[in-house]
Write a protein that binds this ligand. Sequence first.
Ligand SMILES: Cc1cc2nc3c(=O)[nH]c(=O)nc-3n(C[C@H](O)[C@H](O)[C@H](O)COP(=O)(O)OP(=O)(O)OC[C@H]3O[C@@H](n4cnc5c(N)ncnc54)[C@H](O)[C@@H]3O)c2cc1C
Length: 231
Amino acid sequence: MKQKMKIVKVTRETPDTNTLSFQGAEKMDFKPGQFLMIEFLRKEKIPKRAYSISSSPTRNENVEITVKEMPGGWVSKLLNECNKEEEFLIDGPYGHFIFDEKEMKEIVMIGAGSGVAPYRGFCHYIIDKKIPIKATFVYSSKTEEDVIFLNQLRKFEKQIPNLDLILTLTREEKKGFHNGRIDDVMIKEIISKYNDPYFFLCGPPKMVQSVKELILANGIDKDKVKQEIYG
Ligand SMILES: Cc1cc2nc3c(=O)[nH]c(=O)nc-3n(C[C@H](O)[C@H](O)[C@H](O)COP(=O)(O)OP(=O)(O)OC[C@H]3O[C@@H](n4cnc5c(N)ncnc54)[C@H](O)[C@@H]3O)c2cc1C
Protein backbone atom coordinates (compact mmCIF):
# COMPACT_ATOMS: atom_id res chain seq x y z
CA MET A 1 0.00 0.00 0.00
CA LYS A 2 1.26 3.48 -0.88
CA GLN A 3 0.22 6.53 1.01
CA LYS A 4 1.35 10.06 1.72
CA MET A 5 2.58 10.44 5.27
CA LYS A 6 4.11 13.37 7.07
CA ILE A 7 6.74 13.58 9.75
CA VAL A 8 5.09 14.42 13.06
CA LYS A 9 8.12 13.98 15.31
CA VAL A 10 11.90 13.79 15.03
CA THR A 11 13.87 12.22 17.90
CA ARG A 12 17.66 12.48 18.09
CA GLU A 13 18.93 9.07 19.24
CA THR A 14 22.73 9.41 18.80
CA PRO A 15 24.92 12.02 17.04
CA ASP A 16 24.25 10.37 13.64
CA THR A 17 20.84 8.73 14.14
CA ASN A 18 17.27 10.03 14.22
CA THR A 19 13.92 8.36 14.69
CA LEU A 20 11.26 9.80 12.37
CA SER A 21 7.59 9.35 13.31
CA PHE A 22 5.12 9.42 10.42
CA GLN A 23 1.37 9.83 10.29
CA GLY A 24 -0.95 9.35 7.32
CA ALA A 25 -4.68 9.48 6.69
CA GLU A 26 -4.92 5.71 7.28
CA LYS A 27 -3.27 3.70 10.02
CA MET A 28 -0.76 1.23 8.70
CA ASP A 29 -1.21 -2.48 9.28
CA PHE A 30 2.17 -4.19 9.68
CA LYS A 31 3.96 -7.00 11.49
CA PRO A 32 6.91 -6.43 13.82
CA GLY A 33 10.13 -6.33 11.78
CA GLN A 34 8.77 -5.31 8.37
CA PHE A 35 10.22 -2.45 6.32
CA LEU A 36 8.98 0.53 4.29
CA MET A 37 10.13 2.16 1.07
CA ILE A 38 10.52 5.89 1.69
CA GLU A 39 10.23 8.32 -1.21
CA PHE A 40 10.77 12.08 -1.01
CA LEU A 41 8.20 14.30 -2.71
CA ARG A 42 10.66 17.10 -3.52
CA LYS A 43 11.20 18.54 -7.00
CA GLU A 44 14.68 17.04 -7.32
CA LYS A 45 14.81 13.30 -7.99
CA ILE A 46 15.91 11.46 -4.84
CA PRO A 47 16.15 7.64 -4.85
CA LYS A 48 13.79 5.55 -2.71
CA ARG A 49 15.35 3.68 0.18
CA ALA A 50 14.23 0.86 2.47
CA TYR A 51 13.96 1.38 6.24
CA SER A 52 12.84 -1.10 8.88
CA ILE A 53 9.88 -0.07 10.98
CA SER A 54 11.29 0.57 14.45
CA SER A 55 7.90 0.85 16.13
CA SER A 56 5.42 -1.87 17.05
CA PRO A 57 1.95 -2.48 15.55
CA THR A 58 0.67 -2.38 19.14
CA ARG A 59 1.61 1.32 19.19
CA ASN A 60 0.50 2.27 15.69
CA GLU A 61 -0.59 5.84 16.27
CA ASN A 62 2.62 6.74 14.40
CA VAL A 63 4.84 4.54 12.27
CA GLU A 64 8.52 5.04 13.04
CA ILE A 65 11.81 4.47 11.27
CA THR A 66 15.29 4.96 12.70
CA VAL A 67 17.88 6.28 10.26
CA LYS A 68 21.63 6.21 10.82
CA GLU A 69 23.48 8.62 8.58
CA MET A 70 26.01 6.77 6.44
CA PRO A 71 29.32 8.52 5.86
CA GLY A 72 28.97 9.83 2.29
CA GLY A 73 25.38 8.56 2.15
CA TRP A 74 22.87 10.54 0.10
CA VAL A 75 19.39 9.68 1.37
CA SER A 76 20.26 8.95 5.01
CA LYS A 77 21.81 12.43 5.28
CA LEU A 78 18.74 14.10 3.74
CA LEU A 79 16.38 12.16 6.02
CA ASN A 80 18.33 13.16 9.09
CA GLU A 81 18.10 16.83 8.09
CA CYS A 82 14.30 16.67 7.70
CA ASN A 83 11.97 18.65 9.87
CA LYS A 84 8.43 18.02 11.07
CA GLU A 85 5.61 18.39 8.52
CA GLU A 86 7.56 17.23 5.44
CA GLU A 87 5.48 14.79 3.39
CA PHE A 88 6.68 11.53 1.86
CA LEU A 89 5.26 8.76 -0.27
CA ILE A 90 5.53 5.64 1.85
CA ASP A 91 5.19 2.20 0.34
CA GLY A 92 4.78 -0.94 2.41
CA PRO A 93 4.92 -2.82 4.64
CA TYR A 94 7.27 -5.35 3.04
CA GLY A 95 9.45 -8.23 4.13
CA HIS A 96 9.62 -11.55 5.93
CA PHE A 97 11.88 -10.53 8.80
CA ILE A 98 8.96 -10.97 11.15
CA PHE A 99 8.58 -11.97 14.76
CA ASP A 100 5.75 -14.51 14.87
CA GLU A 101 4.77 -15.19 18.48
CA LYS A 102 2.74 -18.28 17.57
CA GLU A 103 5.75 -20.11 16.18
CA MET A 104 8.67 -18.55 18.06
CA LYS A 105 9.05 -19.33 21.75
CA GLU A 106 12.82 -18.77 21.91
CA ILE A 107 14.54 -16.05 19.90
CA VAL A 108 18.04 -14.65 19.59
CA MET A 109 18.13 -11.14 18.11
CA ILE A 110 21.51 -10.07 16.77
CA GLY A 111 22.14 -6.63 15.33
CA ALA A 112 24.78 -4.03 14.64
CA GLY A 113 24.52 -0.28 13.99
CA SER A 114 21.11 0.72 12.63
CA GLY A 115 20.27 -3.01 12.62
CA VAL A 116 18.79 -2.46 16.08
CA ALA A 117 15.72 -0.80 14.49
CA PRO A 118 13.35 -3.78 13.98
CA TYR A 119 14.21 -5.21 17.43
CA ARG A 120 12.83 -2.11 19.15
CA GLY A 121 9.56 -3.00 17.44
CA PHE A 122 9.88 -6.66 18.54
CA CYS A 123 10.49 -5.63 22.17
CA HIS A 124 7.60 -3.17 22.32
CA TYR A 125 5.36 -5.85 20.82
CA ILE A 126 6.51 -8.49 23.35
CA ILE A 127 5.98 -6.06 26.25
CA ASP A 128 2.60 -4.78 25.09
CA LYS A 129 1.19 -8.25 24.37
CA LYS A 130 2.88 -9.78 27.46
CA ILE A 131 4.28 -12.57 25.28
CA PRO A 132 6.06 -15.24 27.34
CA ILE A 133 9.33 -15.58 25.49
CA LYS A 134 12.90 -16.61 26.20
CA ALA A 135 15.20 -14.26 24.34
CA THR A 136 18.73 -12.96 23.96
CA PHE A 137 19.44 -9.61 22.33
CA VAL A 138 23.00 -9.04 21.17
CA TYR A 139 23.74 -5.56 19.86
CA SER A 140 27.13 -4.52 18.55
CA SER A 141 28.18 -0.86 18.31
CA LYS A 142 31.49 0.89 17.79
CA THR A 143 31.41 3.01 20.96
CA GLU A 144 28.96 3.76 23.78
CA GLU A 145 27.97 6.99 22.02
CA ASP A 146 26.85 4.92 19.01
CA VAL A 147 24.46 2.68 20.97
CA ILE A 148 21.05 3.55 19.56
CA PHE A 149 18.18 3.33 22.12
CA LEU A 150 20.61 2.64 25.00
CA ASN A 151 18.18 3.64 27.76
CA GLN A 152 15.27 1.84 26.13
CA LEU A 153 17.30 -1.35 25.73
CA ARG A 154 18.22 -1.33 29.42
CA LYS A 155 14.51 -0.90 30.22
CA PHE A 156 13.52 -3.78 27.93
CA GLU A 157 15.81 -6.03 29.97
CA LYS A 158 13.76 -5.20 33.07
CA GLN A 159 10.36 -5.31 31.34
CA ILE A 160 10.83 -8.64 29.53
CA PRO A 161 11.36 -11.31 32.22
CA ASN A 162 13.50 -13.77 30.24
CA LEU A 163 15.52 -11.34 28.13
CA ASP A 164 19.33 -11.35 28.25
CA LEU A 165 20.82 -8.16 26.83
CA ILE A 166 24.41 -8.23 25.58
CA LEU A 167 25.70 -4.83 24.44
CA THR A 168 29.11 -5.15 22.87
CA LEU A 169 31.48 -2.36 21.86
CA THR A 170 34.06 -3.02 19.16
CA ARG A 171 36.19 0.13 19.46
CA GLU A 172 36.00 1.02 23.13
CA GLU A 173 36.26 -0.74 26.49
CA LYS A 174 33.61 0.43 28.94
CA LYS A 175 32.21 -0.84 32.22
CA GLY A 176 28.80 -2.46 31.74
CA PHE A 177 29.53 -3.49 28.16
CA HIS A 178 30.95 -6.57 26.55
CA ASN A 179 34.08 -5.83 24.53
CA GLY A 180 34.78 -7.02 20.97
CA ARG A 181 32.97 -8.47 18.02
CA ILE A 182 30.31 -11.16 18.13
CA ASP A 183 32.42 -14.34 18.06
CA ASP A 184 32.20 -18.11 18.25
CA VAL A 185 32.56 -18.18 22.05
CA MET A 186 29.57 -15.86 22.46
CA ILE A 187 27.44 -17.79 19.95
CA LYS A 188 28.26 -21.15 21.57
CA GLU A 189 27.36 -19.80 25.00
CA ILE A 190 24.03 -18.46 23.74
CA ILE A 191 23.15 -21.67 21.91
CA SER A 192 23.88 -23.71 25.05
CA LYS A 193 21.02 -21.93 26.85
CA TYR A 194 18.33 -22.81 24.31
CA ASN A 195 16.47 -25.87 23.02
CA ASP A 196 15.39 -24.79 19.56
CA PRO A 197 15.84 -21.04 19.03
CA TYR A 198 15.11 -18.83 16.06
CA PHE A 199 17.93 -16.45 15.15
CA PHE A 200 17.37 -12.98 13.71
CA LEU A 201 20.33 -11.18 12.10
CA CYS A 202 20.08 -7.56 11.05
CA GLY A 203 22.51 -4.88 9.90
CA PRO A 204 25.55 -4.42 7.65
CA PRO A 205 26.20 -7.23 5.13
CA LYS A 206 29.59 -8.27 6.59
CA MET A 207 28.23 -8.66 10.12
CA VAL A 208 25.17 -10.61 9.00
CA GLN A 209 27.23 -12.93 6.80
CA SER A 210 29.96 -13.64 9.35
CA VAL A 211 27.54 -14.24 12.23
CA LYS A 212 25.36 -16.44 10.03
CA GLU A 213 28.38 -18.61 9.21
CA LEU A 214 29.14 -18.98 12.93
CA ILE A 215 25.56 -19.95 13.72
CA LEU A 216 25.32 -22.52 10.94
CA ALA A 217 28.76 -23.95 11.88
CA ASN A 218 27.33 -24.50 15.38
CA GLY A 219 24.63 -26.77 14.00
CA ILE A 220 21.64 -24.43 13.77
CA ASP A 221 19.31 -25.28 10.88
CA LYS A 222 19.29 -22.58 8.18
CA ASP A 223 15.48 -22.49 8.31
CA LYS A 224 15.80 -21.15 11.85
CA VAL A 225 17.89 -18.15 10.76
CA LYS A 226 16.17 -14.99 9.51
CA GLN A 227 18.19 -12.13 8.12
CA GLU A 228 17.74 -8.52 7.02
CA ILE A 229 20.77 -7.14 5.22
CA TYR A 230 21.12 -3.35 5.11
CA GLY A 231 23.26 -3.29 1.96
C1 LIG B 1 15.38 -4.03 4.01
C2 LIG B 1 16.27 -2.88 4.42
C3 LIG B 1 16.02 -2.22 5.62
C4 LIG B 1 16.84 -1.16 6.02
N1 LIG B 1 16.59 -0.54 7.20
C5 LIG B 1 17.38 0.47 7.63
C6 LIG B 1 17.15 1.11 8.89
O1 LIG B 1 16.23 0.74 9.65
N2 LIG B 1 17.97 2.14 9.25
C7 LIG B 1 19.00 2.55 8.44
O2 LIG B 1 19.70 3.51 8.82
N3 LIG B 1 19.24 1.96 7.24
C8 LIG B 1 18.46 0.94 6.81
N4 LIG B 1 18.71 0.35 5.59
C9 LIG B 1 19.74 0.92 4.70
C10 LIG B 1 19.12 2.07 3.87
O3 LIG B 1 18.17 1.54 2.96
C11 LIG B 1 20.17 2.83 3.04
O4 LIG B 1 20.90 1.89 2.28
C12 LIG B 1 21.12 3.63 3.90
O5 LIG B 1 20.41 4.62 4.64
C13 LIG B 1 22.17 4.33 3.02
O6 LIG B 1 21.53 5.08 2.05
P1 LIG B 1 22.19 6.44 1.49
O7 LIG B 1 21.40 6.89 0.32
O8 LIG B 1 22.40 7.40 2.60
O9 LIG B 1 23.62 5.94 1.07
P2 LIG B 1 24.22 5.85 -0.41
O10 LIG B 1 24.31 7.21 -0.99
O11 LIG B 1 23.49 4.80 -1.17
O12 LIG B 1 25.66 5.34 0.00
C14 LIG B 1 25.84 4.15 0.79
C15 LIG B 1 27.34 3.95 1.04
O13 LIG B 1 27.94 3.66 -0.19
C16 LIG B 1 28.95 4.59 -0.42
N5 LIG B 1 28.87 4.91 -1.83
C17 LIG B 1 27.90 5.60 -2.45
N6 LIG B 1 28.14 5.64 -3.75
C18 LIG B 1 29.28 4.97 -3.96
C19 LIG B 1 30.04 4.64 -5.09
N7 LIG B 1 29.68 5.05 -6.33
N8 LIG B 1 31.15 3.89 -4.94
C20 LIG B 1 31.53 3.48 -3.72
N9 LIG B 1 30.86 3.75 -2.61
C21 LIG B 1 29.75 4.48 -2.73
C22 LIG B 1 28.70 5.81 0.45
O14 LIG B 1 29.88 6.48 0.82
C23 LIG B 1 28.04 5.16 1.64
O15 LIG B 1 29.02 4.72 2.56
C24 LIG B 1 17.91 -0.74 5.19
C25 LIG B 1 18.15 -1.42 3.98
C26 LIG B 1 17.35 -2.47 3.61
C27 LIG B 1 17.64 -3.16 2.31
